[in-house]
Write a protein that binds this ligand. Structure first.
Ligand code: SAM
Length: 223
């Protein structure tokens, strides 16, 4: 079975989907979805040799060679027009990297695909990219597993531009409304981290006054 994190990503893949899982490593996500009859076809994209070989082995061991194609490629370069991909998952990396992969691979997008993104940190970069590229967030999840807090962002193409507030970009439009204990815990941890940074700066010989003010403002915004 999948981790709760990947299961939550899987839950947003619609039946019959043609999936591209970018940064697939062991290809656990497409393998699970194929074994459960959710997806019709998948590409497991990987840029690094070791993880790519993990994907190749897993797909072969699970006898899914006809359904899941492993491709060694950088980001969305794993996708070819003939694949008719309608769903892209990118999970388990920083939000900056996810946004970079989407930006660099823009030419491969048809603007018809559902994007299911699971940044480990820097979620605001992902939301900003979605906003700039006319994808609307349709669902968000936050969960705690093995001492980490994970967010999942689901976005579908929009006909009209969308504008999120600064708070929505940082905290997530759905998560902000839901205000779950996990969200509060996540941002309480971030406040504690900022407190440590502020304390360290205040103890410095030449305390950087402007920086301290900036971090205090960040802390206040979270509050
Ligand atoms: N997606 C899986 C998951 O969520 O469990 C694996 C996550 S793993 C921590 C991140 C993977 O992304 C690594 O295997 C890494 O090689 C791959 N990766 C990083 N940058 C990539 C890129 N530009 N294109 C394809 N894969 C990439």
């Amino acid at each position: 079975h999948l981790s709760q994190r990947l299961q939550t990503v899987a839950d947003f893949v619609r039946p019959g989907a043609r999936l591209a899982d970018i940064g697939s490593d062991h290809a656990y996500l497409p393998v699970y979805l194929a074994k459960n009859g959710v997806i019709t076809a998948a590409i497991a994209g990987e840029v690094v040799t070791g993880p790519f070989e993990n994907a190749v082995r897993e797909i072969r061991d699970e006898h899914l060679t006809g359904v899941i194609v492993p491709r060694k490629a950088d980001g969305l370069a794993a996708i070819k027009p003939d694949d008719n991909i309608d769903t892209i998952t990118i999970a388990g990396m920083g939000g900056t990297l996810i946004a970079e992969i989407l930006e660099q691979g823009k030419a491969r997008l048809t603007h018809r695909e559902r994007l299911i993104l699971q940044p480990n940190v820097g979620e605001d970069n992902v939301r900003r990219w979605l906003q700039a590229n006319q994808y609307g967030i349709v669902a968000e999840r936050i969960l705690a597993e093995d001492g980490h807090i994970y967010e999942i962002i689901v976005a579908d193409p929009l006909d009209e531009p969308v504008q999120y507030s600064a708070d929505e970009l940082t905290f997530g439009p759905f998560l902000l409304r839901e205000k779950s204990p996990i969200l509060k815990d996540k941002w309480r941890r971030e406040q504690m981290r900022l407190d440590e940074v502020i304390k360290t700066m205040q103890q410095a010989d030449h305390a950087p006054v402007d920086k301290i003010q900036e971090f205090k403002a960040q802390r206040q915004r979270i509050q």
